[in-house]
Write a protein that binds this ligand. Structure first.
Ligand code: SF4
Length: 217
């Protein structure tokens, strides 16, 4: 293992400690009562804020509380309920398709295995990681969304742009029990301080660990 890699890993571990201190109560910001509801909310959160998803899901889950109910829902009704989250036709099709598979092939329960989750329509690794970690406490991978991608790059912890390769780097660097909480806390930091257009490096508590500090426009 090269010195460069070791120092990168040490920096990642120090960043992890600071993130835990900065955001002690960080958790999933989507509202849900069951693993099925978390899966549906996570599919709806693509290209959309969690706040917006949380406005839509109370009525959606009141009318269609579980996989069986969503599996049998009229597609136009679903489309109308999720319309404000954007890409609503695709999302309605995916949540119904995923719930049909869950109802018909997995006994109405969201599967706990990554390979089974990835068979569900609308579910890629990012969604699967979120569901496994938050619904079941299983850390199978690191969720790499747009915030995690941007911050991991800015913090100099990866040279890649492809989320799968970024995830591989993070998996090698971080303890498994911290894979998901790394992502959640980095998302908090991305929203609060290291925003895409204007990172607030002045007030950033990771400044001394960040090679791009002050260099970002
Ligand atoms: S120092 Fe600046 S670029 Fe680095 S993580 Fe903090 S806000 Fe982002």
């Amino acid at each position: 293992m090269s010195n460069k890699w070791v120092s990168k890993q040490q920096r990642a571990l120090e960043i992890l400690i600071r993130l835990k201190r900065l955001y002690p109560d960080a958790g999933c910001t989507l509202n849900y009562d069951t693993p099925v509801q978390l899966l549906v909310a996570t599919i709806l959160s693509a290209q959309c804020t969690d706040e917006r998803v949380n406005m839509v899901t109370p009525e959606l889950f009141r009318r269609f509380p579980d996989a069986g109910a969503i599996a049998n829902a009229d597609i136009e009704v679903l489309e109308n309920l999720v319309r404000s989250t954007g890409f609503y036709r695709n999302k309605a099709k995916n949540i119904r398709g995923a719930c049909r598979m869950i109802a018909n092939e997995f006994g109405g329960e969201v599967p706990k295995q990554m390979e089974k989750l990835l068979k569900l329509p609308g579910v890629a690794r990012k969604t699967a990681n979120v569901v496994l970690a938050n619904a079941y406490g299983i850390n199978q991978g690191v969720t790499v969304d747009t915030h995690v991608k941007r911050l991991t790059q800015r913090l100099g912890l990866t040279e890649y742009t492809d989320p799968i390769r970024i995830e591989r780097d993070l998996i090698r660097m971080l303890p498994q029990e911290d894979w998901e909480n790394w992502s959640i806390r980095l998302i908090y930091h991305g929203r609060a301080i290291c925003q895409a257009r204007k990172p607030n490096c002045q007030d950033c508590e990771l400044r001394d660990l960040c090679p791009t500090s002050g260099n970002e426009e």
